[in-house]
Design a protein around this ligand. Structure first.
Ligand code: F6P
Length: 536
């Protein structure tokens, strides 16, 4: 029997067990939680006991997580389908030493980081100016990994923003670029074109639009453009001065890239020192991930709980629920990180996976979610494991009473999910309201909460740059561990290619230059409907 079989058997044997009753063991909360650098991860409100946890840890061990982790940090080419190393961790460890193909990669990392710092200081202190004076606004044009990370972080760290205002354009929908540029002064705006490949059609199209917008007002639009890319010749062809091009290597995956030049917009907004605090938080999580035993290792535990809920218990989705308004874009960021990384159908060897791959990740900040989709989480027929995040302190000391309310709501949700409400309790409430007989029964049944719904809670002192770095690195490594256990490549993304190819082929069809005759009936009908609109 394999460990997967053992886990399935264990799940079948324990599936009806009450999470709440497991707290009869007074040490459960302490035994099923782990800490690092001021963070507390509580997974005691899951159905796992020591037997289940041990089985999962053995699964991680048998999958070679430790060896693959060390291979990743050492610069081995673990992205096998693209023949690349996976070294985003090098970007947050400037003092480290890593070689790829025998060459030390760190001098270039340090040099680029120093150039980013110098450029950020120049912009923030007014030495680099627009053609109408000091830079007041920065527009980051990028998509996916060249957008979601810095966009999420600029909101998360807004209390620390003391530089130019940051704006983000990602969607090829002209509405996005139009709405962002409207109201900005081209003479004091810096545009960063962020694209690892510098070929992504959305980004290049938006960059052209921004350049035209700038050219309508300033004499030398290119002088107010910077670029972030691995493709130096393409940024030069676009006309961006090499002095404002910040390169990185192909061993940084797009969705793992915010620690380097893709984070330039964040560095401009919060300043280089705070950006370095963010890197330090990531590096601290790296150190924890490399050193802590699996039973106390936050990324490993988070991954094992993910595998437990998704692959073993069959809960297809997980909700990420930050009780931290400034983490509003964290779920969107994690959707790319987790679903683009682990949403695969074959293993590293190209053979179909024998189990489901990565989870469907979704979520919204609390308490907003409570007034929207929590109904389903509490009473729907499907179980959605929930991942709560909460700070001990907010950044608004004068609004501490609101933070208290926020904390109470967060803790109440995980408690309610676990405890539920029995039919007897619901009947007592209805009886107290004066109902009797069949009506009491009927009304009571609507007020039953099945309970026993699993959740985890991640607590941290305050959403500082350091803590954000810890959180992002925690989730990155969680994705890595889940990918290793599932035996897939977390670092390619072939699944995004087909749609891109077909979109390219549909452009001449929509323009009317090519016929839709060879399209399927549905696509041909949709083209037919859309064409007159385009012509009009
Ligand atoms: O959607 C596919 C993808 O390649 C992502 O992996 C990436 O983050 C995004 O497109 C943007 O790519 P680039 O930074 O090369 O423009």
């Amino acid at each position: 029997m394999s460990l997967w079989d053992d886990l399935t058997t264990y799940q079948e044997q324990t599936s009806g067990r009450s999470i709440l009753s497991m707290f009869d063991d007074r040490k459960r909360a302490a035994d099923f939680s782990a800490q690092t650098d001021g963070m507390l991860f509580d997974y005691s409100k899951t159905t796992l006991d020591k037997v289940g946890r041990d089985l999962l840890i053995r699964l991680a061990e048998a999958s070679g997580v430790a060896a693959k982790r060390d291979a990743m940090f050492s610069g081995a080419k673990i992205n096998e389908t693209e023949g690349r190393a996976v070294l985003h961790t090098a970007l947050r460890n400037p003092g480290g030493c890593v070689t790829v193909d025998g060459a030390d990669v760190m001098p270039a990392v340090r040099a680029t980081h120093a150039r980013m710092r110098a450029f950020s200081d120049d912009v923030r202190q007014g030495r680099f100016q627009g053609q109408g004076g000091r830079i007041t606004d920065v527009v980051n044009i990028g998509i996916g990994g060249s957008d979601l990370g810095p966009a999420m972080a600029c909101i998360a760290l807004s209390p620390y923003v003391d530089g130019p205002r940051a704006h983000f354009v990602s969607n090829v929908d002209g509405a996005h670029v139009r709405d962002v540029l409207r109201g900005l002064n081209p003479k004091t705006t810096l545009v960063i074109v962020a694209s690892k490949t510098f070929t992504t059609i959305e980004t290049m199209t938006n960059a052209e639009t921004a350049r035209r917008w700038m050219a309508a007002t300033v004499a030398d639009p290119a002088a107010q453009f910077a670029a972030v890319s691995t493709a130096a010749e393409k940024t030069a062809a676009f006309g961006i001065d090499g002095a404002r091009v910040f390169g990185f290597e192909d061993w940084v995956g797009g969705r793992y890239s915010m620690w380097g030049p893709v984070g330039l917009v964040l560095m401009l907004a919060i300043g280089p020192d705070r950006f370095d605090d963010f890197l330090a938080g990531g590096a601290a999580m790296d150190a924890h991930f490399r050193a802590a035993p699996f039973s106390e290792n936050l990324p490993v535990l988070l991954a094992l709980i993910g595998i437990w809920h998704n692959q073993i218990c069959g809960h297809a989705t997980r909700a990420v629920l930050p009780y931290d308004q400034r983490l509003a874009r964290l779920p969107a960021y994690l959707q790319q990180l987790e679903m683009e990384s682990n949403g695969k159908r074959v293993g590293m060897d190209g053979v179909d996976l024998p189990y489901h791959s990565g989870p469907i990740v979704w979520g919204e900040p609390g308490t907003n979610g409570q007034h929207a989709f929590y109904q389903l989480i509490h009473q729907g027929t499907r179980v959605v494991p929930c991942e709560f995040l909460l700070a001990r302190e907010g950044h608004e000391p004068d609004l501490a009473h609101q933070h208290l309310l926020l904390m109470a709501n967060c803790l109440a949700q995980s408690e309610a999910l676990m405890k539920g409400r029995s039919l007897d309790a619901a009947r007592a409430i209805m009886a107290h309201k004066g109902l009797t007989g069949a009506e009491l029964d009927r009304q009571a049944r609507h007020r039953v909460f099945p309970g026993n719904r699993p959740s985890t809670t991640l607590l941290y002192p305050r959403l500082t740059p350091f803590v954000l770095g810890q959180i992002i690195a925690l989730y990155e490594h969680r994705v890595f561990v889940e990918g290793v256990i599932l035996g897939l490549n977390s670092y390619d993304q072939w699944g995004v290619e087909l749609g891109k190819e077909l979109a390219l082929a549909l452009q001449p069809v929509l323009e009317g230059r090519e016929s839709a005759a060879d399209k399927d009936g549905s696509t041909a009908m949709l083209v037919d409907y859309l064409r007159p609109t385009l012509r009009g």
